[in-house]
Design a binder for this molecule. Structure first.
Ligand code: NAD
Length: 259
């Protein structure tokens, strides 16, 4: 149902972002992916997306650089059209008490996890207004609704995404544009999976103990969310049936924020 539409997903060389790109391409959207990583692996993903839904682009724009974000959106517009759908997804984490939290880390996380969504919207909204259609989605987090200690910058940025989402929704409400965010709990991504062996060693635990007693401690279902489940919600938000859903923050967290 997305044939003829173009989607730009930031931070889509792995994890949740890549799942968004694949799910949108499967519905026919042409996609531009973005993020860092191994050049060959990225090219393989780009080619697979191209085989699914037509010309696909990769941008190495750094989400800490506003001018690179604007240039990325312009290139998407010039070479693919649109973008009709933008997903602000790039994100990083740093875990440390406020007392010693490095200022540079704070600035980086606010830039990537929050300000980049603003810059993306600033570049994309005028293009969407012209077409009188648009879908803007951000990956927030359970940490847009509740906090955990030692994640000051991340929690602040994600709460900011929830506020930005509401504001942008109000500003675009009469233009056929919807703005929403998705708040996952713990998602099974390579990033999470790769932590398990080290944690097993550090805590002298089995794989099952690490998963249930460490990673899924706060997730009542005791199951990970999958990147594909998050992507399916984003695809739904792109449907005509979702045209009246705007300014919302959707939890998909196995019950985490119900506690
Ligand atoms: P990931 O590490 O697999 O993916 C992050 C992506 O962002 C990668 O493509 C990376 O290259 C890109 N990126 C990092 N810094 C960048 C920069 N400066 N410029 C451009 N791209 C950059 O992580 P993920 O788990 O897929 O996370 C994606 C989003 O989902 C993040 O916003 C994260 O906060 C959010 N999230 C993740 C979880 C989880 O449990 N995995 C839970 C809630 C929310």
């Amino acid at each position: 149902f997305l044939k003829g539409k173009t989607a730009l997903v930031t931070g889509s060389t792995s994890g949740i972002g890549l799942a968004y790109a694949k799910a949108l391409a499967a519905e026919g959207a042409q996609v531009m992916i973005n993020g860092f990583g191994d050049a060959d692996a990225i090219e393989k993903e780009r080619a697979a997306l191209e085989a699914t839904s037509g010309k696909a682009l990769y941008s190495d724009a750094d989400m800490t650089k506003p001018e690179s974000i604007a240039a990325m959106v312009k290139r998407c517009h010039d070479e693919l059209g649109g973008p009709d759908i933008v997903i602000a997804n790039a994100g990083v984490q740093h875990v440390e008490p406020i007392d010693t939290f490095p200022v540079a880390k704070w600035d980086q996380i606010i830039a990537i996890n929050l300000s980049s969504a603003f810059h993306l919207m600033q570049a994309a909204i005028p293009l969407m207004k012209e077409k009188k259609w648009g879908r803007i989605i951000s990956t927030a987090s359970a940490h847009s609704k509740v906090a955990s200690p030692f994640k000051s910058a991340y929690v602040t940025a994600k709460h900011g995404i929830a506020g930005l989402t509401k504001t942008a929704a109000l500003e675009t409400a009469t233009f056929g544009i919807t703005v929403n965010c998705i708040s996952p709990g713990y998602v099974w991504t390579p990033l999470v999976e790769n932590q398990i062996p080290d944690t097993m060693k550090a805590r002298n635990m089995t794989r099952e103990q690490v998963i249930n007693d460490v990673l899924l401690d706060g997730q009542p279902t005791k199951q990970f969310v999958t990147a594909e489940q998050v992507a399916a919600l984003a695809v739904f938000l792109c449907r005509d049936e979702a045209a009246q859903i705007t300014g919302s923050n959707y939890s998909i967290d196995g019950g985490w924020t119900a506690e």
